[in-house]
Write a protein that binds this ligand. Structure first.
Ligand code: PLP
Length: 389
């Protein structure tokens, strides 16, 4: 009998791993399952990026160990993109760390900053990986409720003083998964003041930073005066360039925190394959037309789905950004019982809101991750259950 360390015993089964297994089991019975549950982009990586990797694979310099902290050209490409998109000045050598996807950094930052007994402020609903990092660090979470009436932004004044006192780290994520809300510059200014006042490091998860609808450009936390003094932003190519499988992300901002993340990574990895780094730099430095096209695609999918949902009587606010729809469940259902009903009666996979925290009760999350026709088919199948009229 092999006993896992106590550290491991605090980890539950990974939420999306469980959801995917459930969807696959259903599909294996031969049914036409439409999976809108996991945030896995269905669009292809831009061809200039794929071509760049193909050419780079032949370069012998990439067949050796890469530099521990990534190639300078990649960090320079990130700094240029931030300057162009957000007007943020970065020193690529000290203010950018290369990560195996944003996810790695979201776990690592808790290892870097939290001791047992410390508190981390976590949005509820929110991305479950934040919890795992905090649990692995042996620290405690205090949830910041995100409510529709407050535009899904946390109300710092309403947080329990004791938790704020013990807090060393907080996670924010806008455009938000799962609620799709976008943050305002004023909210980020309030965040910098709150973080300074209470000596809390801000981890801004900007995974959906490129995806804002109706002409709204999501703001980066680092655009806020003073942001670099209090935190870092996690930036990833997964969603912006449909590169989820490539595993390229960055921690950007406060040099001390970037150094801590680099240090922990020096002991765990030796950075990404050089060919992937070259292709990632091509994604960031080449034409950005694919990003504009991607946002337009998600926006038309959103409009197609919401048009069809309105026809079946399922009314909700349209998402402002990200590619998620945060929809209230009909009366008489919990988020879990409704998600189960959709799987069993409509072969549609959605994520139950409670997978993102207790405040997700009453909602389900749908990803805009298939064609407009298939999204209309989702609405039609749900319509046949006659739940809304
Ligand atoms: N943060 C949020 C809010 C996400 O939804 C995701 C992926 O779904 C990630 C981070 C992880 O991104 P990456 O692929 O860069 O690890």
């Amino acid at each position: 009998q092999i006993t896992p360390a106590q550290r491991l015993q605090v980890l539950p089964e990974q939420f999306f791993a469980a959801l995917v297994a459930k969807a696959n089991a259903r599909a294996a019975t031969g049914r036409d399952v439409i999976n809108l549950g996991q945030g896995n982009p269905d669009l292809p990586t831009p061809s200039n990026v794929v071509d760049s990797l193909k050419a780079a694979a032949d370069k012998p310099q990439y067949h050796k160990y890469p530099p521990f902290r990534g190639f300078p050209f990649l960090k320079e490409a990130v700094a240029k993109r931030y300057k162009e998109d957000y007007g943020v000045d970065l020193d690529p050598a000290t203010e950018v760390a290369v990560l195996f996807g944003g996810k790695a950094g979201l776990i690592e930052i808790s290892q870097c900053l939290l001791n047992p007994g410390d508190v981390c402020l976590v949005p509820d609903p929110g991305y479950p990986d934040y919890w795992s990092g905090v649990a692995l660090a042996g620290a405690e979470m205090s949830f910041m409720p995100l409510r529709a009436e407050n535009a899904f932004l946390p109300d710092y004044e309403a947080l329990p003083a004791e938790a704020v006192d013990k807090a060393k780290l907080m996670f924010l994520n806008y455009p938000n998964n799962p609620t799709s809300a976008i943050a305002t510059p004023a909210f980020y200014e309030e965040t910098v003041a709150f973080a300074r006042r209470n000596h809390i490091v801000v981890a801004s998860d900007f995974a959906y930073g490129a995806i804002g609808f109706d002409g709204k450009r999501p703001v980066s936390f680092l655009e806020t005066p003073g942001a670099k003094e209090v935190g870092v932003e996690f930036y990833t190519l997964s969603k912006t360039y449909n590169m989820a499988g490539w595993r390229v992300g960055f921690a950007i901002g406060n040099a001390q925190i970037v150094e801590m993340i680099n240090l922990i990574q020096d002991h765990m990895y030796c950075s990404l394959f050089g060919g992937i780094q070259e292709a990632a730099a091509e994604a960031l430095s080449g034409s950005q037309q694919s990003v504009r096209d991607l946002v337009a695609t998600y926006e038309s999918r959103r409009n197609a789905l919401y048009g069809a949902l309105e026809e079946i009587g399922w009314k909700a606010d349209k998402p402002a950004g990200s590619f998620f729809c945060w929809l209230p469940v009909p009366e008489g259902y919990t988020s879990m019982s409704f998600a189960n009903l959709l799987l069993e009666e409509a072969d549609v996979v959605v994520a139950p809101g409670t997978g993102f925290g207790a405040n997700g009760e009453g909602y389900v999350r749908l990803g805009l991750l298939t064609t407009e026709d298939r999204l209309r088919e989702v609405a039609a199948r749900i319509g046949r259950l006659n739940l809304f009229k």
